[in-house]
Design a protein around this ligand. Structure first.
Ligand SMILES: [Zn+2]
Length: 397
């Protein structure tokens, strides 16, 4: 089973770029990261009570620890990716066009070609893979320095003085809080008497179009305990931003937040309770060792398979890692669109990421860091998503 991920941003309608049919795909505007999307400095985070209060959602000590471990594992993997890419930068350069390589060099060459090779997508105006290596490191480095969970002492988290002090500041919207279930209420419709609308207790705003809200859908699935659609998919996590630029107040009227104060509302990442239940079922295998072993044993995927062995390695840590890059402090990236008619249909999963090599999306960063991690473990990732363990003597070539 595979997980879909989704970034829900309040201002998403302005981000959808369409290109007139007939023109070659031209990727620009919001989809290309610009200097505006560079990390903003240290991003702080904490947990919402749904993750740690016994009896709330899936919350409890085990879950609290699993989420913290997953965030730390995603941070560690970002750091590993930065350190490794520093070494690879020159190695990648020297191995291109050179076929007389030692096995380890071959692995690095292959890994470089998979996600760092040429693509039609630019990053800060740069197209060459060498420049891209230097640039992707900026976001990974910032991800490796996320600071939290704040208020861990005495399990106070978002109620701690530490977090409340941050909440008094105008740049708090750059920080994030992790929810382990949607936290929705209900409020009167501002203009239609008698009609109620869902209210996001995290972002302190009305959800004006409930039918289009991924958070409302997640909440319905959670309450009905019916998590999967007929294809076994569900939205693994949702990132919501309070502020895009820190100066837009208009679209939140009716939420009774004084002008200026939205800047003090942190970004929220809501993890689907089903994702957490799956993680529990897998005995909180946070670093994915068991999943990696299982993926190595899988058959080579068929051409028509949507999901490949490396997709099976994606769990809570990888989901959180993906969401990192949606947050406003870490690039506020979106999941596509990639071109005319594609929408965000190619924003997820290994096959799409390796095909497009588009270094402006959360899934790209998640898979790049995973690829580096696996390569460092002497596991070869093939273009088709199959894995081969080269550390085991029996399978060494
Ligand atoms: Zn996403």
């Amino acid at each position: 089973m595979r997980l879909g991920r989704l970034a829900l941003v309040l201002w998403s309608t302005t981000l959808v770029q369409t290109t007139p049919l007939g023109n070659p795909p031209k990727i620009d505007g919001e989809h290309n990261l610009t200097s505006r999307d560079l990390p903003t400095g240290t991003v702080r985070w904490t947990l919402h009570k749904t993750c740690y209060q016994q009896g709330l959602a899936e919350g409890g000590d085990e879950l609290r620890d699993a989420v913290i471990k997953s965030v730390n594992a995603a941070k560690d993997r970002s750091k590993l990716a930065v350190d490794t890419l520093n070494v690879w930068r020159d190695k990648c350069h020297s191995v291109f066009g050179n076929d007389r390589l030692k096995p380890e060099e071959q692995r690095v060459k292959k890994a470089c070609q998979l996600l760092l090779g040429d693509s039609k997508y630019t990053l800060l105006g740069k197209t060459a893979w060498k420049d891209k290596i230097d640039i992707v490191k900026v976001w990974l480095e910032a991800a490796s320095k996320i600071d939290g969970p704040k208020g861990q002492t005495n399990n106070e988290f978002e109620n701690s003085k530490e977090w409340q002090d941050l909440a008094a500041q105008d740049d708090h919207w750059l920080n994030f809080i992790i929810y382990c279930a949607p936290d929705l209420g209900e409020r009167n419709h501002p203009s239609r008497p008698g009609q109620k609308l869902p209210y996001d207790n995290g972002q302190l705003r009305l959800i004006r179009e409930p039918d289009l809200s991924a958070l409302v859908k997640m909440n319905k699935e959670y309450e009905a305990k019916a998590f999967e659609d007929s294809e076994g998919k569900f939205t693994a996590a949702i990132t919501e931003l309070s502020k895009a630029t820190g100066d837009d107040e208009t679209e939140n009227s009716g939420t009774h937040i004084p002008k200026g104060d939205r800047k003090k509302i942190p970004c929220s990442i809501t993890i689907h309770p089903h994702m957490l239940r799956q993680t529990r079922d897998r005995e909180f295998n946070i670093k994915g060792e068991d999943d990696i072993k299982a993926a190595i044993k899988m058959d080579k995927p068929k051409k028509e398979d949507k999901f490949t062995p490396i997709d099976k390695v994606v769990g809570l840590t990888e989901t959180i890692h993906h969401e990192f890059f949606h947050t406003p402090g870490l690039g506020r990236m979106t999941d596509g669109p990639l071109g005319p008619g594609l929408g965000n249909s190619e924003a997820y999963d290994w096959k799409n990421i390796v095909k497009n090599k588009d270094p402006t999306m959360p899934e790209y960063f998640m898979f790049l860091a995973l690829l580096v991690d696996l390569t460092n473990k002497d596991i070869v990732v093939n273009e088709d998503g199959s894995l081969m363990d080269k550390s085991a003597p029996a399978s060494a070539s």
